[in-house]
Design a protein around this ligand. Structure first.
Ligand code: 6GU
Length: 250
C-alpha cells in the first residue's frame, strides 16, 4: 500500500517511522511519502491560508497549494503505473472513523491524506477531487484537534495493522473489539499474564482450568459486562440475534 500525506508539519508524521507502521515500511508492505504543502506555494512567505469569506474567526487553507499538491501526487502515481488514489480528509466535521472504514481503506492500494490546520480547507478542493476520486472526510471522535495530523497517525495505524503480513498473527484480528463476527459490537474483556499472583491479586481461576468452553464463556461474559459498563450504546444498537441467552441474563 502507498500512503501520501500532505501537511504543513511534516515532522508531525515522524511517528510513522516507529513501531508497527515503521516495521511495515521497513518490510516493504507500506510506502509512505510525506510532503510539505508549502512546496506548492509561490509567494515569498509560502502562504497556505487566508481569511474566511463571510467573516468569522480563524483562517482557511487556500485551495491553490492543495490543488497543485494533489495533482502532482496523482501524476507521480500515474507515472508509476498506479490507478487513482483514495483521498482521506481528516476533519471534525467528517463521518466517524470506524473499524469498518479501516477495513475498507486497508483494501485500497493507495491512500492520500489531506490533513487541515486552521478552520479547514477551502470547500472547493473537496468538491473538485470528490468528482475525480473516492473521497472520505473522516472524524476520529467528538472533540476538536488543532489539526488533522494526529488523525492521520490514528487512521494509518488502524489501517496498517490490517494489511496482510503486518501483524505477526492473523488471528490477532479475530477478537479485536469491533471485529466483525461473534464479538461484533462487544469490547474485549480483561487479559492476564504471569505471574499467577501479583501483589496479592490472583488471576481468575477459570483461565487455568484448561476448560476451553468455560474460558470462552467467561471471556464473552466479561466482554459483555465491560461493554454494558463503558459503551451501553453498543449494546442498545446491536442486533439482538448476536446476543446469546447468557448475555441477556447478565
Ligand atoms: Cl480528523 N481533525 C481535527 N482537526 N479534529 C478532530 C478530528 C480530525 N477528529 C476529531 N477531532
Amino acid at each position: 500500500m502507498r500512503l501520501d500525506v500532505v501537511t504543513i508539519f511534516p515532522e508531525y508524521l515522524e511517528p510513522l517511522n516507529v513501531s508497527l507502521v515503521g516495521k511495515a515500511r521497513a518490510r516493504g508492505r507500506l510506502d509512505v511519502r510525506v510532503h510539505d504543502l508549502r512546496r506548492w506555494t509561490h509567494d515569498r512567505h509560502n502562504t497556505v491560508d487566508d481569511t474566511p469569506y463571510g467573516g468569522g474567526p480563524g483562517m482557511v487553507m487556500k485551495p491553490e497549494p492543495w490543488g497543485e499538491a494533489l495533482d502532482a501526487i496523482m501524476e507521480s502515481g500515474a507515472a508509476e503505473g498506479m490507478d487513482k488514489p483514495t483521498l482521506v480528509v481528516p476533519t471534525p466535521s467528517g463521518r466517524p472513523f470506524t473499524q469498518a472504514l479501516a477495513v475498507e481503506l486497508a483494501e485500497r492500494p493507495w491512500l492520500v491524506f489531506a490533513p487541515a490546520r486552521y478552520e479547514g480547507i477551502d470547500r472547493r478542493v473537496i468538491e473538485e477531487y470528490g468528482e475525480r476520486l473516492e473521497v472520505h472526510e473522516v472524524s476520529i471522535g467528538d472533540y476538536v484537534l488543532a489539526g488533522g495530523e494526529a488523525a492521520v497517525l490514528v487512521i494509518t495505524e488502524a489501517v496498517a495493522r490490517l494489511l496482510p503480513g503486518v501483524l505477526g498473527n492473523a488471528e490477532s484480528h479475530r477478537d479485536d473489539s469491533f471485529a466483525p463476527g461473534a464479538m461484533a459490537d462487544l469490547l474485549e474483556g480483561p487479559v492476564y499474564t504471569k505471574p499467577p499472583e501479583w501483589r496479592g491479586r490472583a488471576i481468575p481461576e477459570v483461565l487455568v482450568s484448561g476448560h476451553h468452553g468455560r474460558i470462552a464463556r467467561w471471556r464473552r461474559d466479561e466482554a459483555f459486562r465491560r461493554t454494558s459498563e463503558n459503551r451501553p450504546d453498543l449494546i442498545e444498537r446491536c442486533d439482538p440475534a448476536t446476543l446469546d441467552k447468557h448475555d441477556r441474563a447478565l
